[in-house]
Ligand binder design. Sequence first.
Ligand code: GLY
Length: 372
Amino acid sequence: MDKTWAQEIFEKLKIKLMAECERNKNSIPYIPENGRYKDLEKPEGIFWWTNGFWPGMLWQMYNATKEELFRKTAENIEVRLDSALESYEGLHHDVGFMWLHTSTANYRLTGNKDSRRRSLHAANLLAGRYNPAGKFIRAWNKDRTGWIIIDCMMNLPLLYWASKEIDDPRYRVIGMEHAYTSINHLLRADGSCNHIAVLSPLTGECQETPAGQGFASGSSWSRGQGWAMYGFALSYRHTGDHKFLDVAKRIAHYVIGNFAQNDWLPLVDFRSPAEPVKYDSTAAMISACGLLEITSHVGEYEKNLYTNAALKLLSTAEKNFADWNIETDGIIGKGTAAYHGKPHETQVPIIYGDYFFTEAILRILEKDFLIW
Ligand code: GLY
């Protein structure tokens, strides 16, 4: 493991994130515009699924540095998110992304009882989306009654945490059933996966697999492969069911082959036309974290495959896309929200790319803590 390189990056992260934190004490950032973050930029506002990543990054940095500004800023955002938790209608399945990185992180590090209550509340909202007939957690609202998406694998750790916290298996059972349904309808035999499956809400039968944020139906959206690999590895960590680790490794082998094919520069979709070239660095950062998670669960002689691939992804993105200027917000450029997305969300720094970059660097240095 190249700790010297990671230590150099950590020193840069401390300087850059302190400058960002000074500028953004009262903001919940997403994508910088002209080098500066704005507050709650999306029309979804306080309900937007990425709102936990900035405080999550600050909790990781607080844990690694004990710098109080990081903690105070993260705590303020957690309180601000209460209006979302109390409003309900605007929330989707992404309550895991939102409250694992805020209240659950706070509770894990400080034991704050208000934070514990927020996280249990969020876990109940997620469990309430479970469809027992089809054995899945519905992703989105309105008429999308039977839609499941691969990203949800990253929300399941909130359920696993709640089961352990109140010693009640219900949440873990829901998480595991959703994970099995995802294997059945989102995972493909070659280790790639669909972004979306539309299931019958009455029987769970698969009706359709639309393109989602990838190039097309049947293509291979790289961030989705990252969510799948990391998500199944985490389901293994929290449940001990070896099937989840086998699936995570199958996805890892597919992902490693595809990233290596393009010199570790991350395309938005592994099955898209050669032109135009569109990168999504966030897929590489999430995948690096997933690969590092797998190293925790395999034997000594297996680890190198996953560790080396993670380091390739991190160092290639850092070398080609990083902005260490402390006057500008955002670190890892060339993140892309969706293959056919809007220009201002295409090939730009995105908050979750920076979160996963930070998590990976701290993990290499053993300065991270488990947010998931
Ligand atoms: N969870 C939505 C995305 O990855 O863009």
